[in-house]
Design a protein around this ligand. Structure first.
Ligand SMILES: Nc1nc2c(ncn2[C@@H]2O[C@H](COP(=O)(O)OP(=O)(O)OP(=O)(O)O)[C@@H](O)[C@H]2O)c(=O)[nH]1
Ligand SMILES: [Zn+2]
Length: 303
């Protein structure tokens, strides 16, 4: 009998594929007791496999986070992707995604696509997110960002699961195909189903970066991306937690005149002063105000 730890990278009809650190993969079943505990292995899980004739997943490690549509756990990096134009970016939605990611312990990385169509706007948007403290890539039709993103995956996403998110039509599949030509992306499938209102879930598969031409030590999810819709069932968090999901606010929090400052528009607010001083981007603070209002009213974060 042998016991090993690995990463759950694929699951079809109760048959799971686990990859070990040395690159070996095995097919496994989940131990029956999980069903009684209503526990189901999810792609991304760190699992223990007992090999004794057959291979059985005997334990599931604690999940750092869990995205729901499609289901995937332990995501480390999310490439939040939007186009400089066609479709016009909705900054509030982008900022909502960065907040949710930060709240879930996922590192947001910004990717601005279609820079060839609107180069100035692309540069302007990239500047906003760089100023806010996010790693930001700008990509055009020529695939110019490809090598830089590959380099980033190799050096800064070691051992992590990365995935792409963004609205339909922004160019996620195009970018991913250029980054990972070996992947057979299920292009358009998810958005088509959502458009028809069916919300069918599709299984994700993880690919080890070391097996792909860009190289690296981590995983990429083969989905053409999570849209904002995939996040709406996330639990809301309290409005008091919102400032902590804006990394660029951090150095100003605690410096406001009032200890209970909401950073909306109070006198002596250090965050608002930083906005006036051009240190915090105005659009980010506008999103903050809007999201704060949503959380205050506990409105659903629909679409
Ligand atoms: N000009 C230009 N067009 C692009 C670029 N990236 C993608 N496109 C085009 O934009 C359209 C949408 O691209 P997709 O890659 O399918 O977008 P997506 O985000 O995967 O869309 P969904 O599958 O609906 O989520 C396609 O016609 C692409 O050819 C780019 O950098 N520049
Ligand atoms: Zn304040």
């Amino acid at each position: 009998m042998e016991e090993r730890s690995g990463k759950l990278i694929k699951g079809v009809g109760g048959l799971y594929t686990v990859r070990f650190a040395d690159g070996e993969t095995v097919s496994c079943k989940a131990k029956g007791a999980f069903r009684h505990e209503s526990l189901k292995p999810v792609i991304g899980d760190d699992v223990t496999v007992i090999s004794d004739g057959g291979n059985v997943i005997s334990a599931i490690g604690e999940r750092k986070n869990l995205l729901i549509r499609p289901p995937i756990s332990n995501v480390g990096v999310i490439f939040i992707t939007f186009a400089a134009a066609e479709p016009e970016p909705v900054l509030l939605n982008i900022d909502k995604l960065t907040c949710i990611a930060v709240h879930c312990g996922i590192r947001p990385v910004i990717t601005v696509t279609k820079a060839d169509i609107a180069p100035e706007r692309a540069a302007e948007l990239a500047a906003v997110y760089e100023k806010a403290g996010f790693v930001t890539f700008v990509s055009g039709k020529d695939g110019s960002a490809r090598e830089r993103i590959r380099e980033y995956l190799r050096t800064s996403c070691r051992g992590m699961i990365s995935c792409f998110a963004g609205a339909s039509g922004v160019g996620k599949s195009t970018l991913m195909t250029s980054l990972f030509p070996e992947l057979d992306l299920k292009t358009g499938e998810i958005s088509a189903k959502i458009a028809r209102g069916k919300h069918t879930t599709r299984a994700v598969e993880l690919y080890s970066l070391s097996d792909l031409s860009g190289g690296g030590d981590g995983y990429i999810a083969d989905t053409p991306g999570f849209s904002l819709l995939d996040f709406v069932r996330f639990d809301f968090f309290d409005k008091e937690e919102l400032p902590d999901t804006f990394p660029e606010f951090e150095r100003f929090i605690g410096k406001c005149r009032y200890t209970k400052c909401t950073h909306l528009c109070e006198d002596g607010c250090a965050v608002c002063q930083a906005v006036r001083d051009g240190i915090i981007p105005v659009s980010r603070h506008d999103s903050y105000i809007s999201l704060y209002g949503d959380l205050k009213n506990k409105h659903k974060w629909d679409k």
